[in-house]
Design a protein around this ligand. Structure first.
Ligand SMILES: NC(=O)c1ccc[n+]([C@@H]2O[C@H](COP(=O)([O-])OP(=O)(O)OC[C@H]3O[C@@H](n4cnc5c(N)ncnc54)[C@H](OP(=O)(O)O)[C@@H]3O)[C@@H](O)[C@H]2O)c1
Length: 381
């Protein structure tokens, strides 16, 4: 099967190179922007790919929603299989692309959009067929894991670990999507859609690591906790829950062994119990390997990752609650129900009573609106 590649950046170059040696797959044309066509295999218009009968599949690795969506629709409507590493595209337009692919009887696969080289969505889609998936999630963002790990093990502060992550290529020049938790949130949205058939449109809760300080890390480290940014999702009676937040784990928990920029995805099947997958969640070769895994899957007859009953819907986090570690100005300590609290100058560090996840997220947002610095992390014993 000849594969056209849309985009020739970090992942696109990797996909094109890997196609050289992949059984049953063949290098096809590569779409680049006008002005970048320095090789005969490069083309500058999607029509050259869509109208080429020798192209059997299209791998989109450009990023963004448009023109990726228009190109994907055109390729699928022309009867070409379509795979992508682009989570923004799948989160925004996944149901539309899935519908066209089903109508045309071609594949729409997107393993690489969540977990990079870690075969998370692929396994969720397989497991869903034979078992009830109860919950899923984990460490789905390598940049923030690198930063939290370095803060804890090397005792560095936030600005220094962010600069290191950027120098090493783990964080982009604008790191907002990673450190705000948005990247992990988009990934858990895809997992919700694959595992539960609900692509969340609203109700998601998202807290990143932007507020954590070296003093916070020293505080919870001295009490035997490690902090990780964790995406959580699962099945509810008629839909799904999903949220992202920092979590304090007791030293010895599996997540504490996930160092540097590694990912750890997990899911729990009703019969299978907990399953854990660990590996590189990003980078040229791990991500390209996931794109190739989908392309090879097409040769074996794989066609879809979303379940047939996919719908867009609001997530319901109302049944989720935890205790939280919260650092906030001492004057605001009464805003949350404390199980224990310590004063540290003008600051209060407390462990709350178990409270709904939404109460914690909304309270922090309200206090920050009035200018108060707040950090919180769920406590998992
Ligand atoms: N890098 C990773 O580790 C990783 C991991 C998982 C998923 N992903 C996803 O994979 C996708 C690609 O990521 P990447 O890191 O490879 O990005 P990248 O290095 O920026 O590469 C994207 C390439 O696509 C090209 N491109 C963008 N729009 C185009 C258009 N309209 N026509 C032709 N070419 C176009 C860009 O060209 P210009 O440079 O001229 O704009 C660039 O060469 C993204 O959706 C990303 O979220 C990446």
């Amino acid at each position: 099967m000849k594969v056209a590649v849309l985009g020739f950046g970090t992942v696109g170059f990797g996909v094109y190179e890997m196609l050289k040696n992949a059984a049953g797959l063949e290098q096809g044309p590569v779409l680049v922007r006008p002005g970048k066509k320095d090789q005969p295999y490069k083309v500058t218009s999607i029509e050259e790919i869509v109208n080429d009968p020798s192209v059997g599949a299209v791998a989109e690795v450009m990023g963004g929603v448009e023109p990726a969506f228009s190109y994907a629709s055109a390729a699928l409507k022309a009867g070409k299989h379509f795979v992508t590493s682009n989570k923004a595209l799948v989160a925004a337009k996944g149901p539309e692309l899935d519908a066209i692919a089903r109508e045309k009887g071609v594949a729409f696969l997107f393993s690489a959009a969540c977990g990079g080289g870690v075969p998370f969505l692929h396994n969720l889609a397989l497991a869903r067929e034979s078992d009830a998936i109860l919950s899923f999630g984990g460490i789905l963002n390598g940049t923030t894991n690198y930063m939290l790990d370095a803060m804890q093990r090397l005792h560095l502060d936030y600005a220094d670990v962010l600069a290191d992550a950027q120098r090493l290529g783990y964080a982009e020049a604008d790191p907002t999507a990673d450190v705000s938790g948005l990247d992990a949130l988009r990934k858990i949205m895809l997992a919700c859609a694959v595992a539960c058939g609900t692509l969340p449109t609203d109700g998601l809760l998202n807290e990143g690591i932007e507020s954590v300080t070296a003093a916070d890390v020293a505080h919870f480290q001295s009490r035997g906790y490690t902090c990780r940014l964790i995406a959580s999702g699962g099945r509810t009676e008629d839909g799904a829950y999903a949220y992202v937040e920092p979590v304090l784990l007791r030293d010895g928990a599996a997540e504490c062994a996930v160092l540097q920029n590694f990912n750890m995805a997990r899911y729990e099947g009703g019969c299978a119990g907990p399953i854990v997958l660990m590996g590189q969640g990003a980078g040229r070769w791990p991500t390209a390997s996931a794109v190739l895994r989908d392309l090879s899957g097409i040769l074996r007859g794989e066609r879809e990752m979303f379940p047939a009953n996919l719908r867009r819907g609001e997530v319901d986090n109302s049944a989720c609650s935890h205790s939280y570690y919260v650092r906030l100005p001492a004057a605001l300590a009464g805003e949350l129900p404390a199980a224990s609290a310590e004063l540290d100058g003008e600051l209060c560090r407390m462990i709350t009573e178990p409270i709904p996840v939404s109460q914690m997220h909304f309270t922090a947002a309200r206090l920050r609106e009035s200018g108060a610095p707040v950090f919180f992390a769920a406590v998992r014993e």
